[in-house]
Write a protein that binds this ligand. Structure first.
Ligand SMILES: NC(=O)c1ccc[n+]([C@@H]2O[C@H](COP(=O)([O-])OP(=O)(O)OC[C@H]3O[C@@H](n4cnc5c(N)ncnc54)[C@H](O)[C@@H]3O)[C@@H](O)[C@H]2O)c1
Ligand SMILES: [Zn+2]
Length: 661
């Protein structure tokens, strides 16, 4: 690849990952790998400035606007921050600062990098006026009504500066609020948030401020815009002044004389941050003096006086022993590296995804290579870097296969040119992948149907699509290997149970590209019925918050296919009944069955029954496998025993109230 194509490729990759991360909320690669792609582009552009395009991600901050909010201009641009994972690069940053200032006479403030989203707050004569997200750096979304629900943000400042005054900070969700939010979502049978950053961003973009107030968001103020007019001379003093004014400032900010002290402080926090009740993903280092900051200035994307050091997820070095190609539910071929086993974040890792063949080429990963692997957050283990110095002399490039490893049909690039797919629409690997996903947890939840059974059902020609699952008989099942009467019965019972399912889980289970849990929930909430979703136009869908053109087109395409419509109609004909929760937010116990036992202290029996039904739940008199919760008071007896033997969740009155709060 020539350099120009390489720069273009990197820009396109970064844009694609921005979309996956910011819009779809489902990143494919870890932050470390993303930042590595970003660094490669930055270095390429630094060496060959003629390759820079004005729309390059290195030149500006980019974040798509959200619908439903007014766009407002920032008084002073809200920029990003350059980042690194290495202390050596902090020293290089320090040299640039020294050179830029032409002196040694400066110091740093070191702060925790809170993992939420940036917000600008404007006060006028000390009275809160407006809050906005960063957006593209010039213009953000006006989220004033939502931000007003965050209790720690003062609506009126103590001893305010006169006139207009803008502060910046991070809105975030503490780990305890995050747990609580997800517990509530479980109870409502809704998709969990993947992490606190995701939860904070999703909550701040809700259109109903009342709902936002339930999410317990928090805020730390870390700076101000237009420092010239401020009484403090530097950043650390300004933080103290902001605190006096009543703004919540993170208590851990520290001063450092020089870069070596900065590095010491950072090393301390790499461990210590694990004890905090809020998410951090690094440290932010700022040249303290405002005068020096002004002298150093900024690029179109980030200030030159500021640098983020990011803590990386645990990484290990190992070797690629071979590469397998897996065929997934949409026919996509994924290269998976088989590794010499390594212990990583508490588990033994033997395989790591490389996502697609372009990524293999970008990494230039080869069999026999020594690589760095990482397990970041919810993302499956992945190869993030090849250590070229360790490469054996004889290594060969790993080339994309011309034929599907499962059915032998030809492969081709998909229409976006990113993935290699098997061109056979009836490839058995596709069908298996789709069925395994369909029955999976969080979709139809038919947990007794494992991949091995599904494979046999396909091989015997008993199941050719989703709806066939609802037509299999006891005899079909017992004709399979290792399935006796008892397991056949269990499988049939869980297939039966799955017929009653929230609409969004049903839509998710169909496995439509770009429609994960969050998008499926939005579609279900907005359209209210399966029929309405099936007949919606792409414009109808795009008109909805958060559903972008790519996702809308994908849904449209799915339901335009006659075979898909037939399968869905057959599912309905066989008794699958996707239901819509009546305003899920208000009814936290919707679809849940309770049994009450023992002596309660906060409710009478009648009161508790009413409380549960008001919150959308049902109360039944005996414990069975259909019971979702046993509410147990003092001196609970046989019901408690039965519930624990069936694995029914047991809660007390306080926990019941918390789920409904
Ligand atoms: N995995 C992926 O596919 C993917 C895709 C896109 C972006 N990302 C991640 O997002 C990053 C880019 O996002 P970004 O531009 O918001 O950068 P960033 O989040 O890494 O850093 C800048 C932000 O840090 C925040 N911050 C927290 N504490 C602060 C403090 N004390 N002082 C100043 N700022 C503080 C501010 O909100 C600021 O906007 C990437 O580096 C990457 O890690 C990942
Ligand atoms: Zn195939």
């Amino acid at each position: 690849m020539d350099l120009k194509s390489k720069a273009k490729d990197l820009r396109e990759q970064i844009r694609r990952h921005d979309y996956l991360y910011y819009v779809l909320n489902s990143p494919e690669i870890s932050d470390f790998r993303y930042d590595e792609l970003f660094r490669q582009l930055r270095e390429l552009e630094a060496d060959h400035p003629e390759l820079i395009t004005p729309d390059s991600p290195t030149q500006r901050v980019s974040e798509a606007p959200s619908e439903g909010f007014e766009r407002v201009s920032h008084l002073v641009p809200m920029l990003s921050i350059d980042n690194t994972y290495e202390s050596a690069e902090l020293r290089a940053f320090d040299s640039r600062v020294r050179k830029g200032l032409g002196s040694n006479d400066y110091s740093y403030t070191v702060e925790l990098k809170i993992d939420g989203l940036a917000i600008s707050l404007i006060y006028e004569n000390g009275i809160f006026q407006r809050a906005a997200t960063r957006g593209d750096g010039e213009q953000g979304d006006d989220v004033t009504a939502n931000v007003k629900t965050i209790r720690s943000i003062p609506l009126k400042l103590n001893n305010p500066a006169a006139g207009r005054f803008e502060v910046r900070g991070e809105v975030f969700m503490s780990f305890s609020a995050f747990e609580k939010t997800n517990k509530l979502r479980d109870a409502q049978d809704r998709q969990r948030f993947a992490n606190p950053r995701n939860a904070a961003a999703g909550s701040l973009k809700l259109l109903d401020a009342k709902e936002v107030s339930k999410r317990e968001l928090s805020f730390f103020c870390y700076g101000l815009a237009g420092a010239e007019n401020f009484s403090a001379k530097g950043h650390f003093a300004a933080l103290n002044r902001l605190k006096e004014m009543g703004l919540p400032v993170n208590p851990e900010a520290a001063e450092a004389e020089n870069i070596e002290q900065v590095i010491e402080i950072i090393q301390l926090w790499d461990e210590k941050r694990k004890t905090l009740n809020y998410p951090t993903d690094g440290m932010v280092i700022k040249v303290d003096s405002f005068e020096a900051q002004k002298k150093l200035g900024a690029t179109g994307r980030s200030p030159r006086w500021c640098m983020a050091y990011k803590f990386s997820a645990e990484q290990k070095q190992t070797k690629i022993s071979s590469v397998d190609v897996q065929v997934g539910k949409t026919g996509i071929l994924t290269p998976v590296a088989n590794l010499e086993p390594v212990e990583l974040a508490g588990t033994t890792v033997r395989r790591a995804s490389m996502h697609n063949f372009d990524e293999v080429e970008r990494l230039d990963a080869r069999v026999g290579d020594t690589v760095l692997v990482e397990k970041a957050g919810e993302i499956i283990p992945q190869v993030v870097k090849v250590l070229r110095d360790h490469r054996p002399e004889t290594s060969e490039r790993f080339l994309p296969p011309k034929e599907c490893p499962v059915c032998g049909s030809q492969t081709a690039k998909d229409k976006n040119g990113v993935y290699l797919v098997c061109t056979n629409p009836n490839c058995p690997a596709r069908l298996k992948g789709r069925l395994v996903y369909f029955v999976g947890k969080g979709q139809m939840d038919i947990d007794t149907l494992g991949p091995a059974v599904i494979e046999q059902l396909i091989e015997k020609g008993l199941v050719k699509n989703f709806s066939d699952l609802y037509g299999i008989s006891r005899e079909d099942l017992t004709s399979l290997d290792k399935i006796g009467d008892k397991s056949a019965e269990n499988i049939l019972a869980s297939i039966e149970k799955s017929k009653e399912t929230p609409l969004w889980r049903f839509v998710k289970a169909l496995g439509i590209r770009y429609i994960g849990g969050q998008n499926a929930e939005i579609l279900a909430e907005r359209f209210g019925s399966l029929e309405a979703i099936m007949n919606a136009s792409a414009e109808d869908m795009e008109a909805i918050d958060q559903i972008g053109p790519v996702a809308a087109a994908s849904v449209k395409e799915y339901f335009a296919d006659a075979e898909n419509r037939e399968t869905v109609n057959n599912l309905l004909a066989r008794g699958v009944r996707p239901y819509v929760q009546q305003s899920g937010e208000e009814k936290p116990l919707a679809g849940k069955t309770f049994v009450v036992t023992g002596t309660l202290s906060q409710f009478t029996r009648d009161q508790v029954k009413e409380f549960i039904s008001q919150n959308g739940g049902k109360v039944s008199s005996s414990v069975s496998s259909k019971t979702d919760y046993l509410l147990a008071g003092e001196k609970a007896g046989s019901k408690l025993k039965k519930a624990s033997s069936l694995g029914v969740e047991i809660i007390n009155e306080q926990e019941l109230k918390e789920i409904c709060s």
